[in-house]
Ligand binder design. Structure first.
Ligand SMILES: [Zn+2]
Length: 293
């Protein structure tokens, strides 16, 4: 069996406080590499701390999740019957500090996750929304500038308002396109893709990859996403778990583990009518090429 890459996981999060090293070792026993993704300065630092313990196979993306720019996110997720409370302090974007983080270790292979997230905007008063959107856009542009300076790819995150899941992808497309139209360089992946097929194809035209998580294995409400995974060329697809979230079938509701990326690969093989080996080989090569790992 060919080895897989989990191109996006959060072993740096509190859900793995007690078993991070075991989880990483179990994954690397059978697979090629995983990318631990930061969501703030603190979790980016933690990701570097873990990656630096391993000679190979554990890499890092440093970034500031757009929701943490605007909100004191507090969320309790129950996994395996254990409640994990995530309390994130609101953080303002500081390009100098992220430059230092990115240069701190040669295991840092990407900038992210960064982007636009409007999912919780319904809890704010409407007059705050334009200010918050502007703040996310400004940070995204600042991270894109930093990524170009450091010649790193970007892990893009986008999540729309509950009443408009797709509009945010158009907005992110316009931001990236305008940067490219200015003659600047952008490469990366739109992780945990949740737009429509037309939007996915437009990101491919910009040279970006599209990332799929365990959501494509879900039995309900994932038909459109499965159709997108089926339609897109395999050489533009990355696979990921977004652990500890989004555990695929047959582990829905449990704490997600990076090795469950295999279920994402299996689903893509099934949808495309090709072998798991082909999915493994091509998606692993895609990750190697994008992240230089
Ligand atoms: Zn993530």
């Amino acid at each position: 069996m060919k080895q897989l890459v989990d191109s996006h996981c959060h072993i740096n999060f509190i859900a793995y406080k007690n078993d991070a090293d075991e989880v990483i070792k179990n994954f690397l026993h059978e697979n090629y590499a995983l990318m631990i993704v930061g969501s703030q300065e603190s979790t980016s630092e933690k990701a570097i701390e873990y990656a630096d313990k391993y000679e190979r196979g554990v890499y890092v993306s440093v970034g500031l999740h757009p929701i943490d720019l605007v909100d004191e996110a507090e969320d309790t997720v129950v996994m395996d019957g254990v409640p994990y409370t995530f309390k994130n302090r609101q953080e303002d974007f500081n390009q100098d500090r992220y430059r230092k983080l990115a240069q701190f270790s040669d295991k840092v292979k990407a900038i992210g996750e960064v982007g636009l997230d409007y999912f919780y905007f319904d809890k704010f008063s409407p007059e705050k929304i334009p200010e918050f959107k502007a703040k996310q856009k400004e940070a995204l542009l600042g991270f894109m500038e930093l990524a170009e300076e450091l010649n790193l790819p970007i892990i893009f995150h986008a999540r729309g308002e509950k009443t408009d899941p797709f509009g945010v992808y158009d907005e992110m497309f316009q931001i990236i396109k305008s940067v490219l139209d200015n003659g600047r360089k952008v490469r990366g992946v739109v992780h945990c893709f949740g737009g429509n097929l037309g939007q996915a194809e437009k990101f491919l035209e910009l040279g970006l990859y599209i990332g799929f998580t365990g959501i494509i294995t879900f039995k309900k409400k994932s038909e459109e996403l499965q159709g997108i995974a089926k339609a897109l060329p395999l050489d533009k697809i990355l696979i990921e778990t977004d652990s500890p979230f989004l555990s695929p079938e047959p582990y829905r509701g449990k704490k997600c583990l990076p090795q469950y990326v295999r279920f994402v690969a299996e689903k893509i093989a099934e949808l495309k009518g090709i072998s798991l080996e082909d999915v493994a080989e091509t998606t692993t090569n895609n990750a190697k090429n994008l992240f230089s790992i």
